[in-house]
Design a protein around this ligand. Structure first.
Ligand code: BLA
Length: 506
């Protein structure tokens, strides 16, 4: 992570957030044993619906409160399956019953249905969105469009598209907000703001609201004694209360309510749509599902555009490689063929310099360190613990401190050895690119008062800029693939040439 090192990893990512035993106050929860339908858990506020204390409800059967023909619909739910929500009434008020089967429990969650909602109402709006997203060309355009469509239809004060990097730090890449609010566009947040277990749970859920950051969460009571010793698993719950640490974080940010949706690419989190409201805000189940659907459309558009871009680059580099190979085969001079003339190995990637080391000889092209430095570097890399005989980094000095002196021309290095002997190599160099990184808040190591092993969220999110040195632009997958393809292509030529030279010398 780029985030300064003094913030150490703490037990943040150990908090078991799926079994905290609390729900948000905007709804109600009942959980019964799946087979017997005997109520094993209920939220303390259930008295508001059933006019009976939560302790009295425990041990009763669901059929005491729900009609048999409604309950029958749930009897063949598979484990981890969600049922289609139903409208139910208590005390002449309408609620949406969202049921699912999880780890032996039939879990009922009830949310108020304030106005008569048509679940298909949003479809017209959604199909409009899909066609607009299909017309967007770049990833940035897609993200900007999504942020503005969500702002328009859900009316949060701030809507952000937040993108993770390879270290799970993240950046706000698109933003739509109320005018009076300060912009967070371009701000970077450290990975520890969303610990790994939270990301994992979030990936499963897809979309989630925190309807009122300030309201007290509601305890869940258990039939068999202490809930904490015998917790109900809320992995798939809609109403699960958030970790108090995250609540403190949102309070420090002065956020009153949130909606978050996962942007998923190839099974992992690409980023998220983060919506903030200054005051409490509840979004109905159907509208949350619409948001989830919209986010899925965005996800698949992003995947497609990334794949297309890579394909284009791979094709471009294949054309270049063929020209190089033609040249080399003509005069059998690999060293000069790769490094002189109209096309050189440099063009195969987006690097600023390249070199080939072959049979003790070296040739360079473009902006590279001097010959002696390259030899030392290749020697060091040949001794390193590498997978598959290649190495790349956009911050060489991090892996090899002694080579940080090369940073102006070689902050970035991509080195492909021609064989497992690791004597001959193709190397590309990228120059240092000094960047300002704008973190959302200076890191302070604040320990929680009740657990000094636990880091608390920082209090201030004021922009804190650091100059990032000794880094180059990152190596893209297609550059690495092109370098390896070139190695493959010329290995054979080199072998043939060696055989010929050996014959001549013998
Ligand atoms: C959860 N932290 C989250 C989530 C987000 C963020 C989006 C998921 C929220 C959800 O499920 O709705 C972080 N929110 C952000 C960021 C932005 C934003 C970066 O809007 C940027 C604009 N948090 C800390 C520290 C800890 C921590 C120090 O800052 C741990 C000690 C924990 N964050 C934490 C936990 C969760 C979380 C535990 C899960 C909350 C839950 O679902 O129960």
């Amino acid at each position: 992570s780029l985030y300064p090192k003094e913030v150490t990893l703490t037990n943040c990512d150990k908090e078991p957030i799926h079994i905290l035993g609390k729900i948000q106050s905007c709804g109600y929860l009942l959980a019964a044993a799946f087979e017997s339908q005997i109520i094993k858990y209920c939220s303390e506020n259930i008295a508001e619906l059933l006019s009976k204390d939560s302790t009295a409800v425990l041990g009763e059967k669901l059929s005491a409160y729900f009609e048999d023909n409604l309950l029958r619909k749930y009897s063949d739910l598979e484990d981890q399956e969600k049922a289609i929500p139903q409208k139910v009434e208590f005390n002449e008020k309408a609620f949406l019953l969202i049921a699912h089967h999880y780890a032996g429990n039939l879990i009922f969650e009830l949310e108020p249905l304030e106005t008569e909602e048509n679940p298909y109402e949003h479809q017209i709006y959604l199909s409009k969105i899909v066609s607009e997203l299909n017309a967007a060309e770049s990833e940035q355009e897609m993200c900007d469009l999504t942020a503005s469509l969500i702002k328009e239809s859900y009316d949060y004060d701030r809507v952000m598209i937040y993108r993770f990097d390879e270290n799970w730090d993240g950046v706000v890449v698109s933003e739509e907000k109320e005018e009076h609010m300060e912009s967070w566009l371009g701000l970077r947040y450290p990975a520890s703001d969303i610990p790994q277990q939270a990301r994992k749970l979030f990936l499963k859920q897809g979309v989630r609201i925190i309807a009122d950051v300030k309201s007290q969460s509601v305890a869940i009571h258990a039939l068999s004694g202490n809930e904490q010793e015998n917790p109900v698993d809320l992995t798939q719950s809609e109403l699960r209360a958030s970790s108090p640490i995250h609540i403190e974080y949102l309070e420090n940010m002065e956020v009153g309510a949130t909606m978050t949706a996962a942007i998923i690419s190839k099974g992992t989190l690409w980023g998220l749509i983060a919506c903030h409201h200054n005051t409490p805000k509840f979004i109905s189940y159907y509208k949350r599902q619409s948001c989830k659907y919209l986010t899925q459309v965005l996800s698949s558009r992003i995947i497609l555009s990334t794949a297309n871009q890579a394909l284009l680059k791979v094709n471009e580099s294949a054309v270049l490689r063929n020209k190089l190979l033609e040249k080399i085969s003509k005069d059998w001079d690999v060293l000069n063929g790769l490094t002189t003339g109209d096309y050189t190995m440099l063009e195969v990637t987006d690097a600023q310099g390249s070199a080939v080391l072959l049979d003790g000889q070296i040739r360079m092209t473009g902006e590279t360190p001097d010959e002696d430095a390259i030899r030392k570097l290749v020697k060091a890399l040949s001794l390193a613990d590498l997978e598959d005989n290649y190495y790349y980094s956009n911050a060489l000095g991090k892996d090899f401190e002694e080579f940080e002196v090369l940073k102006s021309k070689a902050s970035g290095v991509l080195c492909v050895f021609l064989s497992s002997a690791r004597k001959d190599a193709l190397i590309w160099f990228k120059a240092e690119k000094i960047k300002t990184v704008n973190w959302a808040g200076k890191p302070e190591k604040v320990m929680s008062p009740d657990d000094d092993q636990r880091m608390s969220p920082r209090k201030s999110f004021e922009k804190w800029s650091v100059l990032q040195e000794a880094h180059s632009e990152p190596w893209q997958d297609y550059e690495i693939a092109a370098a390896q393809a070139l190695k493959q292509d010329i290995s054979e030529i080199i072998l043939e040439k060696y055989e010929e030279v050996k014959l001549l010398n013998s």
